[in-house]
Design a protein around this ligand. Structure first.
Ligand SMILES: *Cc1c(COP(=O)(O)O)cnc(C)c1O
Length: 359
């Protein structure tokens, strides 16, 4: 085997036991004499897989019964549009908290579809921090407050608590399942699958059922969260393969001890990498220590001219995809659930060695 340690921000590494199971089941799933990819989404085989996946996710995240779970397509980006279309009247305000480029993009979509406004932004700090809570300009009548608990590009992570009765809508694409959190703090949680859930092409939406009453009746059914909930995400053919793989990832997470155990591992993985970055002057983190992400760790070298060499030599050493996002440069290590501590240790050893040669 010559699999690398894959630090890609997404599509990202998947747990090896899940990939092996997929390999074993690729030609024949159960006693169906066909691959899961070849089975009808209305058939007993796929329906049992789909329902077990939802039950396991509910168990993992302790999702209360008054929340619907949707397995949709169109990625997180499509939800940037569907959220205002479903939850805000065109004349109604919706607040956006901007702590990075994904939140900014969500706001840009929202602006075209409702009276979206910026409650606070850290763009002037180049999205390296979270604006102080007492500086958030919140509208008590807003349809929702949109937040991005983990900004995948900037590496800023924080978990806001709800304020008053305005529902929190959270883009958790790159932090879902990385630690235990209280779903009832949120009105709606959404996440593209390709970071911590499974392959791309699937997006999860977890929505409090009372919010489904807001979805306008005239929306095309495929774009309506209430229609999708009423039809168990099967108004049309869902991403059956992605749903099936996500179910295997949920099963793996349960076997690994659930989200409290994953949170402990993720905290330790991130802590070891930040400790290495902070040791000495060679590497540095651009992010405020109060909100450094456990999942996406951007870092820089004191001499930016060395960064290209760092990334290509790391690649040759089996440490894949460490280049920072094209908008911010530097390096970024994504440490999703499927990245073992051994991968982080290998990166730290490489950083030590690179510094010895160039420091
Ligand atoms: C990756 C990502 C997105 C975009 O997801 P798509 O599934 O490609 O639309 C949006 N928000 C966050 C926080 C992300 O990490």
């Amino acid at each position: 085997m010559s699999r690398c340690f894959n630090f890609s921000a997404g599509p990202a590494c998947l747990p090896e036991p899940v990939l092996k199971e997929l390999q074993d089941e690729m030609l024949e799933w159960g006693d169906e004499r066909a691959s899961m990819m070849e089975l009808s989404h209305r058939g007993r085989g796929f329906l049992s897989v789909a329902r077990a996946a939802e039950a396991d996710l509910r168990n993992l995240m302790a999702i209360p019964d008054d929340y619907a779970v949707l397995f949709l397509q169109g990625g997180a980006t499509q939800q940037f549009a569907l959220i205002p279309m479903n939850l805000a009247r065109p004349d109604q305000g919706a607040d956006y908290l901007l702590t990075g480029s994904w939140g900014k993009k969500a706001y840009a979509y929202g602006k075209g579809l409702c009276r979206a406004r910026v409650a606070a932004s850290s763009e002037a700090q180049r999205f390296s921090a979270v604006p102080a809570v007492d500086q958030w300009d919140l509208d008590a009548d807003a349809a929702y407050l949109h937040v991005t608990p983990n900004e995948t590009i900037g590496g800023v992570e924080f978990f806001p608590r709800p304020f008053g009765s305005v529902p929190l809508v959270a883009d958790m694409s790159s932090t879902i399942l990385s630690r235990l959190l209280d779903v009832s703090d949120y009105g709606l949680i959404y996440a593209g699958a390709q970071k911590n859930i499974g392959p791309s092409g699937l997006v999860l939406v977890i929505i409090r059922r009372d919010l489904l009453e807001r979805c306008p009746a005239q929306l095309p059914p495929l774009f309506s969260y209430s229609q999708q909930a009423a039809n168990e995400s099967m108004l049309n053919t869902p991403n059956t393969f992605g749903w099936y793989v996500a179910g295997k990832v949920f099963r793996w997470l349960l076997a690994e001890g659930g989200l409290a155990a994953m949170g402990e591992r993720n905290r330790a993985k991130a802590a070891s990498l930040y400790e290495r970055i902070e040791r000495g002057e060679f590497y540095s983190s651009p992010v405020d220590p109060a909100c450094r992400s456990w999942m996406n760790v951007p870092f820089k070298i004191h001499d930016p001219a060395l960064e290209k060499g760092f990334v290509s030599e790391a690649e040759a050493a089996g440490l894949h995809a460490l280049a920072g996002h094209r908008d911010v440069g530097g390096m970024r290590a994504s440490l999703y659930n499927a990245m073992p501590q051994a991968g982080v240790d290998a990166l730290i050893a490489f950083m030590d060695e690179f510094e010895r040669r160039h420091g």
